[in-house]
Design a protein around this ligand. Structure first.
Ligand code: ASP
Length: 466
């Protein structure tokens, strides 16, 4: 007999079926035992009566989290016994044959209850158990639903998902990067991407026109607050567009995802309100304002855009650095000032950030597709010609070969999923996250390497405190 999922039992009343899963809970009522069997779809009540079982004692040893296969007859529950809280609440399975597929040690924490209060080290060390809990399993499935929904939306609009390299070169987007030593090229290093920024612009130059990627990004930052060293962005780029085109598309995408998957939620204002950076700072004291009318309402989503950011800010050495993204174009009316390096502090960028309930969830811009403008940005930041050519020569050369005007955006998928799932922390919606100090408790990473492995990549350690 082929195994079916617990959810399929509801329309198989009086039929003999086989289900499989984990023992979630056990209740003994004298000789009759009740079990909740859990599979990917949820719970099914199993009734084990010795006289009905092929082996009368086969239900006796079963404990929480044992893996079992059960054949039996689906029975309709009487009206009084219907359990509205589970999808299979109208039926139960009268067990005929129980086969143990694997036993389980007693779990280190209870997973038939919400695990939010369990200490994190334990939850992360036994993440595969934590993920069995109802809330966590749901978070992972809803994360998938959100990804699928966005992919479908973008696919229908002719976007192509393209994977860009993970072993690559550094890019100046503000974060410290992870480095990977090269074995074949002694003394040389790859860098893990903090974003696919350069590749997506090269894809525009390549004529792809509409690109997106659910892209893994890496940033070696001090673990301030709720950050992860690796995280997922919905990264997108389009050719022949202006600021408004990208903003309208992203707005439609976010609204579509929320309205199809979270009908209980309400988007406070559509189209999303737009604020200038100056206005946001003046009114709210930050550039990711929380515009919710009722901050206690778990179903209220207040999206907004923040635009008109200054392009440059002074750095601590008395020079200029970019505020968001060095590849951004200035607002068209400020292009001349960029090219002439005039009134630098007043140049505004085409950057647009999207905020949700007080979190910055994403940002993007129209880019400098003309090499002279891109070069000017690096010159403003004090890079000499040689540095510009060695670090960005490939971009400048590409743009000299017919780069179309283009722009894009990226937003943090982990944060979006967390907010939609009403989770306070992105670690609740990432299957295998690191802890607050970038440690992976399950795999025990980072961890030391043998001298042999280090020799192979030409690394000598100097562990003196700096
Ligand atoms: N690369 C930018 C980031 O990761 C997003 C963008 O401008 O598209 O924040």
């Amino acid at each position: 007999m082929k195994r079916i999922f617990t959810s399929q039992t509801v329309d198989k009343v009086d039929e003999t079926v086989k289900v499989a899963g984990w023992i979630h809970a056990r209740r003994d009522m004298g000789k009759v035992k009740f079990f909740d069997l859990r599979d990917k779809d949820g719970l099914l009540q199993i009734v084990a009566v010795p006289a009905e079982l092929e082996d009368a004692e086969s239900a006796d040893p079963l404990r929480s989290e044992w893996v079992v296969e059960i054949e039996g007859i689906v029975q309709a529950r009487s009206e009084k016994q219907v359990n509205e809280n589970i999808p299979t609440g109208t039926v139960e399975l009268l067990a005929k044959k129980i086969t143990v597929l694997n036993e389980s040690k007693t779990p280190p924490f209870e997973i038939d209850k919400d695990t939010i209060g369990i200490n994190e080290e334990s939850r992360l060390t036994y993440r595969y158990l934590d993920l069995r809990s109802e809330r966590m399993a749901k978070n992972i499935r809803m994360r998938n639903a959100i990804f699928q929904n966005m992919r479908q939306f973008l696919g229908q609009k002719d976007f192509v998902e393209v994977e860009t390299p993970i072993l690559t070169k550094g890019t100046p987007e503000g974060a410290r990067e992870y480095m990977v030593p090269s074995r074949l090229h002694k003394g040389n290093f790859y860098v893990l991407p903090q974003s696919p920024q350069q590749f997506k612009q090269l894809l525009m130059t390549a004529g792809i026109e509409r690109y997106y990627q659910m892209a893994r990004c890496f940033r070696d930052e001090d673990q301030r607050g709720d950050r992860q060293p690796e995280f997922t962005q919905m990264d997108l780029e389009m050719s022949f567009v202006e600021q408004n085109d990208v903003m309208e598309l992203i707005e439609a995408l976010l609204i579509h995802t929320v309205e199809t998957l979270y009908p209980e939620k309400r988007i406070q204002e559509k189209p999303f309100p737009r604020l200038s950076y100056a206005e946001s700072m003046e009114k709210y004291g930050n550039d990711r304002p929380d515009l919710r009318e009722d901050k206690e309402d778990p179903n209220l989503l207040a999206f907004c855009w923040v635009v008109d950011f200054p392009f440059f800010e002074s750095d601590d050495k008395g020079g200029w650095t970019f505020t968001h993204n060095p590849f951004s174009a200035p607002k068209p009316e400020h292009m001349d000032d960029l090219l002439n390096k005039k009134d630098i502090g007043k140049i505004l960028t085409t950057q647009y950030d999207v905020a949700l309930n007080g979190f910055e969830i994403g940002g993007g811009s129209i880019r400098n597709h003309q090499p002279v403008a891109l070069r000017s940005v690096f010159e403003v930041m004090g890079f000499d010609g040689e540095t510009i050519d060695s670090q960005f020569g490939h971009m400048l050369t590409a743009f000299e070969h017919g780069a179309p005007p283009h722009g894009g955006i990226a937003f943090g998928m982990d944060r979006i999923v967390a907010i939609l799932q009403n989770e306070p922390n992105i670690r609740e919606v990432i299957t295998f996250p690191k802890d607050g100090s970038a440690r992976d408790w399950l795999m025990n990473a980072p961890s030391p390497l043998s001298d042999h492995a280090l020799n192979d990549v030409h690394i000598k350690l100097d562990l003196d405190e700096k």
